[in-house]
Design a protein around this ligand. Structure first.
Ligand SMILES: [Fe+2]
Ligand SMILES: [Fe+2]
Length: 273
């Protein structure tokens, strides 16, 4: 019998995990780790380093073009956020070159959900916008985790319309649960774990409801604002009434849609790095 939680726990020690990612995960367990260690690890991988700086310059953070290096990124975004962004990117890299096109689409979807979550959080502040952005960016990380652990089986269903049902049939858990466990074992902040764990269904979400609802709605909205094969959310009457109950308005959807469309070139360019 397969033990998904045990497999996820062992991810960190898999020989296929890049050294840089292993070291990034180790900094989470090390209370004494400082920015110097973090930037030393990130700078070891030039492509990662460039992409962390690119995200720090994403229009969402309003520093566009001002950040030239990791030091400035950390100064403006903070140590935790830079480390989380670096881990997010390196986790997506796990999908590897053979799935490059799919990885790009899944990353674009994740980025869009992150952006929408951050923008929703600007309207109804539930936590810092940057934490909401990160919760959205990582919301589908469980799909990468499943792919990394069980590629041959998962490849057949990973972009299926009914992906969560198919996952539960195969693994007895869906990607929300898998992503939640992965982030829990990697000692991510609890509010991000909750946002990821409950992004498809809020049932059982006892804490951090604000960010969980925000990412849940962002995922659903992305299916309307940026529809694509990878968008696994659904916008329906329940989501719509949840949206209004949280003090959001119809105009907010239009305003968010406009910003997301403006950011599309940035999202696309990210993959050319
Ligand atoms: Fe999802
Ligand atoms: Fe998603």
């Amino acid at each position: 019998m397969r033990d998904i939680q045990k497999d996820i726990r062992s991810l960190k020690t898999l020989s296929t995990i890049p050294v840089v990612m292993k070291r990034l995960l180790e900094t989470i367990n090390d209370e004494n780790s400082s920015f110097v260690d973090l930037s030393e690890i990130i700078q070891h991988d030039q492509s990662l380093s460039e992409r962390v700086v690119a995200i720090a310059n994403a229009p969402y953070f309003w520093h566009s073009g001002l950040i030239n290096n990791l030091e400035q990124a950390t100064l403006l975004l903070g140590y935790d956020l830079v480390r989380s962004i670096a881990i997010s990117i390196s986790v997506f890299d796990l999908l590897g070159k053979d799935e490059a096109k799919r990885m790009r689409e899944l990353w674009a979807h994740s980025y869009e959900v992150g952006l929408i979550a951050g923008l929703l959080c600007d309207k109804v502040p539930v936590t810092s916008g940057a934490v909401c952005f990160l919760g959205g960016l990582l919301h589908d990380i469980g799909r990468v985790v499943f792919y990394t652990l069980y590629a041959p089986e998962y490849r057949a269903i990973m972009f299926d319309k009914a992906v969560t049902e198919k996952e539960t049939g195969l693994f007895d858990a869906d990607h929300s649960a898998a992503g939640g466990w992965f982030l829990e074992y990697s000692l991510f902040p609890e509010e991000i774990i909750f946002a990821v764990r409950y992004h498809h269904s809020l049932k059982g979400c006892e804490r951090h409801k604000g960010i969980a609802v925000t990412v849940h709605l962002a995922e659903a909205l992305s299916s309307v604002l940026t529809p694509g094969k990878e968008a696994d959310g659904v916008w329906n009457e329940d989501k719509e009434s949840l949206f209004y109950r949280n003090g959001l308005k119809k105009e907010d959807i239009e305003a968010i849609g406009l910003i997301v469309r403006q950011e599309t070139p940035f999202i696309d360019n990210f993959f050319e790095m």
